[in-house]
Write a protein that binds this ligand. Structure first.
Ligand code: UD1
Ligand code: CA
Length: 463
């Protein structure tokens, strides 16, 4: 097996993005473009330690984001794609790799299959350089693939240098290449910047390699989105749209129902179980998993959460939490970090749960706040009941044991424990533990003063 390394070009500044950080850190489906590229590279079997990222003037942000497992080389001046790869010469030499994969950090839709298949062709055809190309309807702006009369790759001509005839060619350079190390190192050493931009074009290496007897070929990919890059926010939106549909179509083909994709964003890598329905304006992101036969949406935002089977969520925002089999929540529910919602829990409208455990079968049907609490099984919280977890200085935990009944509009002032099968009368403010099997009443006794209104005439129309 051959030994391979990769160089990712990421020194672009992102001026047209109007960002004060590197362009490759702008997001597609909530993930920086460079992560997409790096994931495709590592998924194709090249380890991080064999990848070198070329960074530019805000490179420290890229380094910080990507971490120390990768290698980095700084390109102090932006003198072209060939100059960018020159910064990796020491890395390539030290890696001992036979083949070098070069790719653009701002073309996120490259995939591991294209990388693997083009390598296979590169090796089988004994090429010294293999360019990944694509045939597209509107080739404007891209380098054109020029083939000789036998159909072999001759050279790549940039848009600005192309003749009228060459501009008609719709096979373009994706910016992804496999080079044999030896020939690449030779070409980088001898590369000139003799074009009207005064840039070192990586694409010029092809003719140089051919001139020393190396074979050059093009691998035409049928996934033409691999060439797409984003220079501004409109193109970024277009990439998002392509990536979004790709993910949604693949999820649908695995048996998930998405009757209308409007506003539905599911990040790459999130698994959604068979028979689940996802309704409009639902966003699933981070390390989220969704089980089978759930209904999510409309209007859910789920981040870093585990949703088990048969769960129904409508208008729910949920972060860093788990919700068990058969549970339901919504509409208008916020499940905040570190919550574990048990099986068959019912959470109704306008409820907030934070950093709490809710046992199996517990019900919070309306207008509750449960924060920093351990709630047992089959507990019923009446409308408007809530935990008082903060005294202005410290947060305290509330414990409610199994089968307790919390009457409407109760405040449970933590730290406090409400015992099993206890029964709290409506309107209570509980500041002391409630023993099991007891009724707790914590409110002023009702007084009715008959005839008081007629005597005191408190209403205007009684004057
Ligand atoms: C390049 C190719 C073109 C191809 C296109 C595909 C050359 C000369 N042209 O053109 O044939 O069709 O990509 O998208 O290579 N970069 C650096 N340092 C530099 C210059 C660029 O790191 O000095 C990085 C950029 O951040 C970007 C990538 O290289 O990630 C491509 O650079 P860009 O200027 O966008 O190249 P194109 O002109 O689009
Ligand atoms: Ca470009």
């Amino acid at each position: 097996m051959s030994k391979n390394c990769a160089v990712i070009l990421a020194a672009g500044e992102g001026t047209r993005m109007k960002a004060n950080y590197s362009k490759v850190l702008t997001n597609v489906l909530f993930k920086p473009m460079i992560d997409w590229v790096a994931d495709a590279v590592t998924n194709s079997g090249i380890d991080k330690e064999n990848v070198c990222i070329i960074t530019g003037h805000t490179g420290e942000l890229v380094r910080e984001h990507m971490g120390s497992d990768y290698n980095y080389a700084e390109q102090k001046q932006r003198l072209g794609t060939g100059h960018a790869v020159m910064q990796a010469v020491d890395f390539i030499k030290n890696s001992g790799a036979d083949n070098v994969l070069v790719l653009n950090g701002d073309a996120p839709l490259i995939d591991e299959v294209t990388i693997e298949n083009s390598l296979e062709q590169h090796i089988l055809s004994k090429s010294a350089v293999t360019v990944v190309s694509a045939c597209i309807e509107r080739p404007f702006g891209y380098g054109r693939i020029i083939r000789d009369c036998e159909g072999n790759l001759k050279k790549i001509v940039e848009q600005r240098d192309a003749t009228e005839q060459e501009k008609q060619i719709n096979e373009v350079n994706s910016g992804v290449y496999w080079f044999s190390s030896k020939e690449l190192l030779y070409a980088l050493e001898n590369l000139k910047s003799e074009n009207d931009q005064g840039e070192y074009y990586l694409t010029d290496t092809i003719e140089m390699i051919k001139n020393i007897g190396g074979r050059a070929s093009a691998f035409i990919t049928d996934n033409s989105s691999v060439i797409l890059g984003a220079n501004d926010r409109v193109q970024l939106m277009e990439l998002n749209e392509i990536a979004r549909k790709e993910v949604l179509f693949s999820i649908m083909s695995s048996g998930v129902d998405i009757p209308c994709i409007d506003g539905v964003i599911i990040c790459k890598g999130i698994s959604v179980g068979v028979g689940t329905t996802v309704l409009p304006n639902t966003i699933l992101r981070g390390k989220t998993t969704v089980g089978q036969n759930c209904t999510l949406g409309p209007n859910c935002l789920i981040e870093n959460s585990q949703i088990k089977d048969n769960v129904k969520l409508s208008n729910v925002q949920m972060e860093d939490s788990i919700i068990g089999n058969g549970a339901d929540a919504g509409p208008f529910v916020h499940i905040r970090p570190n919550s574990n919602i048990g099986e068959n829990v019912h959470i109704g409208n306008f409820v907030e749960v934070k950093n709490s455990v809710l046992g199996k079968g517990t019900k919070l049907p309306h207008l509750s706040y449960i924060g920093d609490s351990d709630i047992g099984q089959n507990v019923n919280f009446g409308c408007g009941s809530l935990t008082v977890n903060y005294d202005g200085k410290t947060k305290s935990r509330t414990t409610v044991k199994d089968n307790a009944f919390i009457g409407c509009n109760t405040n449970i002032v933590a730290p406090v424990t409400v015992g099993e099968y206890s029964y709290i009368a409506a309107g209570a403010t509980i500041t002391q533990d409630v023993p099991e099997f007891s009724l707790s009443i914590a409110r002023a006794r009702q007084v009715n003063k008959e005839g008081w209104v007629k005597e005191r005439k408190p209403f205007k129309n009684m004057d």
